[in-house]
Ligand binder design. Structure first.
Ligand SMILES: [Zn+2]
Length: 76
């Protein structure tokens, strides 16, 4: 990861300010948290979608497909 390499660069500059390392870490944390949030939202959406089907029927009868179709064509 580029950030790790960047942090290791600080080893070569022991006189550098710690604030720069913290800033780097803060940015990385923010990125990871944003990704986690997006993944969480997707997990919720997928499991909600999954609950619409218990298998044992054709795709035409599938609640998952009905949900997706409804999402793609919202009722006015
Ligand atoms: Zn189904």
């Amino acid at each position: 990861m580029a950030e790790i390499r960047q942090m290791l660069d600080f080893l070569a500059h022991p006189e550098a300010d710690c604030g720069d390392i913290n800033r780097l870490l803060d940015e990385q944390l923010a990125r990871v948290r944003a990704r986690l949030k997006a993944m969480h939202a997707m997990e919720k959406q997928l499991s909600r979608l999954r609950a619409h089907c218990e298998a044992g029927h054709t795709a035409a009868e599938c609640g998952i497909l009905h949900e997706l179709t409804a999402a793609a064509h919202p009722r006015k």
